[in-house]
Design a protein around this ligand. Sequence first.
Ligand SMILES: [Fe+2]
Length: 271
Amino acid sequence: MRFGFVGDIVGKVGRGQVARYVKEAKQNYNLDFVVANGENASHGFGLGLKSIQELQDSGVDIFTGGNHTWDKREIVAFLGIENSNVLRPHNYPQGVVGSGLYRGAINNERFAVVNLMGHFGMPQCDNAFICANATIDALQNEGIKNIIVDFHAEATSEKRAMFMMLKGKIAAIFGTHTHIGTDDLEIFDGTFGVSDVGMSGARESVIGMECKEPIERFLTGIPSRLSVPESSGIPTLFQMIVCEICDGKCVEAFKLKAVDNGELEKTLVAK
Ligand SMILES: [Fe+2]
């Protein structure tokens, strides 16, 4: 099976990029499904009902989340659905609504998407590494080999450690949350990994947000409200990683990128 993974979608500009490119990528690269991190899709904070519908219409099949999952409380209705395609990190404590695990099938071949959240600079949650091992063991016992992980974490060391711990056991692990795409696309023991897929949204920004407020924050130390640039005709960025997996292993992976609404280009290939 072949799928696409879109990193953090930031606000209306990011949703516009998904609308512009995801269906095209699905068609041109024969993608069976697309996973996207949606926790910043609604004005930069959370994933609301209208954004879920809009992004599904644009071709996103499965949504992952992270520390901003709870910013739009209407998401709870989606999280509560059995085998929901809207995930929250799986390592929230037992009893928290929703799940970080989605099970699907393409041509009778089963796959699973697991969403985990790291620890450095993140809200308190259960140990992501212990949760990853337990969840993957359980999926393998069910006979599911094609396992895809979104590890939503701040520190590259945490992301790297998770990749090295899971290599050989899963098909792919995608880092999200830091919004800056890294060039370390690699395949080890049949497992694809990247520290961060990178965001889709406004390019002349600070991780998708209007520059003025974050710069002011760094100059003065005074907190201020962040906002997503809303104007049309601004510099934009779309980033997606395409992965081909077969019998639980990644056989090919590469990055697709489009700048300022230009052509979708293949920019990096995993080695
Ligand atoms: Fe995040």
